[in-house]
Design a protein around this ligand. Structure first.
Ligand SMILES: [Zn+2]
Length: 587
């Protein structure tokens, strides 16, 4: 029951079983210099990319990101829960379990957040299904022709009208409101005590992670006068837009089976495809596709079809996602939709069969971009120079060298110039087109990752971390929870860290940290790394604050509010000095 028993049991099993022997019974591995490598059974691997480290008892695939300890491997390969895995591996190791394994789940600092979301999802669902308060929600579901089966499968719910229905319900069920606030279900009142419900008079769509745990909610208005049309949960320790897909818990097996994923934007398009029987679909949530999304998707397939809305704003949005897919080494296909049509309206008007035909006819994104760019130039929409630039930019995004040289050849033919000319431009231009803010973002999130890696390898460095308000500096929920455990549980042995988590994603982050980054091999380097990363993160935080202040100052000037101007300018100069000091330290 207690964590100690669980830990002792896990360690006993780990001591008796060899991770190499276990992995070898599923895929062949070869000894290399320091450890073992083999074909990864979790993605379509052709070039051995899974590393196994006997001493550390860990595996990690550097292609799809799968990773963890012997339990993680067994659990993932056989699709089992942790208690099931524990009891099966105990049998293999000849260890008897006195307690029922169901009572010893792995612990996670986030488990309480998942639990609160589950309570709320159930509450909303009951209102939609049974209560008088849910009538307008039921009418909306009926009007949108969403079937009762779909509503059930995706746990649709309804947030009733009124300011504190959920807050009262949570109080009655002894849910601490300050924790419910952390997942964004309720909001603290500004002037008086207490909380109010974030979602009111809205149809509720729970957003789940791969394992089916509720990580957030989307709420759609049912009354057309309410603004905005959609409200989503804010980001939290368990919900980040940039790595979450709506519906992936239900669609992942279909994607794997069909070896293809159809990418759409938002849950309306997702639900319309899924309920029409096209189930290998995923939807981003109010953001375009990110690298984190791609690495999640790659676990299930390399073949992605993007629906391409041919109007200007649709074209821009789709191009962003397509560029990310290319730069992550995938070769996406697209289906151009007729002007003014979205996936939802297309299926409703043209039917599922026609939609499926379009998917079968999908064309390579790179081919399409070449044709479209040349077409736009012929029509005089862009100059020849712009056409060359656009094509060079696309080629630069291609990861695969074979694909790249093939495209350079094609581009040379199309533009009637020698190949060497395209080659030289691709080289010169490489990396220069990246937008600065994206670069900054990557730099900072990179600091978070490096900081975590150093601490996972050398947990003693927590002393250094504790000198700062580090909690406020970290934005990634997974990284935050790992650091929290290192600090609060006083971890000394890195591989025991896994015991504290049940999220697959966190296991992968830890195994990656422990099996990669050979440059952080001694404590001194790691300590310098921690110092540098904290300084960078502090600077980034200060930059953000300064940016907000500048906007506020501009507004105060516009409003001619002299008193406010003075106050803000003072704040600004204090922050600016603090920034200079930090810059001095960061050197
Ligand atoms: Zn893999």
């Amino acid at each position: 029951m207690s964590k100690f028993n669980n830990e002792a049991l896990v360690n006993e099993i780990k001591g008796r079983l060899s991770i190499i022997n276990l992995v070898e019974s599923y895929t062949s591995v070869k000894k290399t210099g320091k450890g073992y490598v083999g074909l990864c059974p979790f993605h379509d691997d052709t070039n051995p990319s899974m590393h196994v480290d006997e001493d550390k008892g860990l595996f990690h695939c550097f292609s799809c990101g799968a990773g963890g300890d012997i339990f993680g491997f067994y659990m993932r390969y056989n699709n089992l829960s942790f208690p099931e895995t524990l009891s099966e591996l105990a049998k293999k190791a000849g260890v008897t379990i006195e307690e029922k394994p169901e009572s010893v789940p792995r612990k996670s600092p986030n488990s309480v957040l998942y639990k609160i979301n589950a309570v709320a999802a159930k509450y909303y669902r009951n209102i939609l299904q049974e209560s008088d308060q849910g009538k307008s929600g039921r009418e909306y579901v009926e009007n949108r022709r969403l079937s009762p089966e779909t509503a059930k499968e995706f746990i649709f719910g309804f947030a009733p009208e009124g300011w504190d229905n959920l807050a009262k319900y949570l109080t009655k069920h002894k849910v601490p409101l300050n924790i419910a606030e952390k997942v964004g279900l309720i909001v603290k009142r500004k002037n008086t005590d207490g909380y109010y419900d974030r979602f009111r008079n809205r149809l509720m769509f729970p957003i789940c992670n791969v394992e089916g745990k509720v990580i957030g909610f989307g709420g759609r208005r049912v009354n057309e006068e309410d603004e905005p049309k959609y409200i989503n949960s804010p980001e939290s320790d368990i919900y980040q837009k940039r790595k979450s897909f709506y519906g992936i818990n239900k669609s992942k097996d279909h994607i794997r089976r069909e070896d293809r994923a159809i990418l759409v934007e938002g849950y309306t398009d997702f639900l319309s495809l899924y309920s029409s029987g096209i189930k290998n679909v995923v939807a981003t949530l109010g953001t375009s596709l990110t690298r984190e999304h791609v690495s999640l998707l790659r676990r299930y397939t390399k073949n992605v079809v993007v629906l391409f809305d041919s109007d200007e704003s649709g074209r821009k949005a789709a191009k962003k996602s397509l560029d990310v897919l290319l730069s992550e080494g995938l070769l996406p296909h697209i289906v151009p939709l007729p002007p003014g049509k979205d996936p939802d309206s297309y299926i409703k008007e043209e039917g599922v069969d026609n939609f499926n035909k379009e998917i079968e006819k999908s064309i390579s994104w790179v081919d399409f971009w070449f044709d479209m760019t040349s077409d736009r130039q012929k029509k005089g929409m862009i100059t020849r120079k712009q056409m060359v630039e656009e094509i060079v930019e696309l080629i630069q995004n291609l990861k695969d060298p074979v694909e790249r040289s093939f495209r350079i050849k094609k581009a040379a033919e199309m533009l009637s110039v020698p190949e060497s000319q395209i080659y030289s431009r691709v080289k010169i231009g490489r990396g220069q087109n990246k937008n600065q803010s994206v670069k900054n973002q990557q730099k900072y999130s990179n600091s978070e990752k490096l900081l975590m890696t150093a601490l996972v390898k050398f947990p003693d460095l927590r002393v250094q971390l504790n000198k700062h308000e580090w909690n406020e500096l970290i934005t990634d929920g997974g990284i935050k929870s790992i650091l929290k455990v290192i600090v609060e549980e006083e971890i000394s042995d890195p591989s025991s860290l896994l015991l504290h988590f049940d999220d697959k994603e966190v296991h992968e982050m830890i195994s990656e940290a422990l099996l990669s980054s050979p440059s952080i091999s001694d404590k001194e380097t790691a300590s310098k790394m921690v110092h540098g990363c904290i300084a960078k993160l502090k600077l980034s935080k200060l930059d953000q604050k300064l940016k907000v202040l500048r906007i506020e100052i501009d507004e105060a000037i516009k409003d001619k509010d002299v008193k406010l101007q003075k106050k803000l300018l003072e704040e600004y100069s204090v922050l600016k000095q603090e920034k200079q000091r930090e810059e001095g330290r960061a050197l």
